[in-house]
Design a protein around this ligand. Sequence first.
Ligand SMILES: [Zn+2]
Length: 241
Amino acid sequence: MEQKKKVCLDAGHSASNKVNKSPDGTYFEHEFALDMAKRIKAHLERHGVEVVETRPDGRDVSLGERCRISNTAKPDLFVSLHSNATGTLATGADGWGNARGWECYVYGLSGARYKAAKAILNQVECVAPAIRSTPILAKPGLYVLAHTNAPAVLIEHGFHTSKRDVAYLKDRAYREKLAKAEARGILNYLGIAWVEDSELDAAVDKLAAAGIIDSPKRWKKLDFTDDSVRTLIIKMAAALK
Ligand SMILES: [Zn+2]
């Protein structure tokens, strides 16, 4: 059997970070990053991908530790999740600025990392209200991009110093749409076909109606590990008579 694909999700910053926020204080980057990590994780796990989190909760995790976690886990891809800000000098007196849009940073514009960034961008283009004019940039100076062994991308999901962007970044429905798009891009990069939630739900309902499986609600929530797939195959075979 092919080895399970693995992705390391790196939720930027920590709950002690009170600096990276919208100028009106209604949005904190650490909260957004962690929420996005959980949302992307759910979609990846639903497709059988193993997810390693560098920061699973509000705790402080140093950049060095984040890289160590990834380098120990040896994932197929490292994805760091952030939102952007314009420099304080470039913004107006109230802290708001005009710069907006999604962008993705990589160590260099080549190889697997660039392929992954493009696969994610391809999906995000369909849902993001704004994309930077040069959406994939080389940033070799960024610590997590320079010190992770796996192909690595760092996503800036828009500017929390933009009134227009932050309205989206705070919106739960938009977060889910974006997380789904990014998960889909990651899966494309890993060579795993996307399965719609609704497609799975309909299939589970059909099997339950035919009496092949029971407790459809439980099946819809499963992450389809090897054991649950094994159980399902046995149930399907038994139904064939
Ligand atoms: Zn950040």
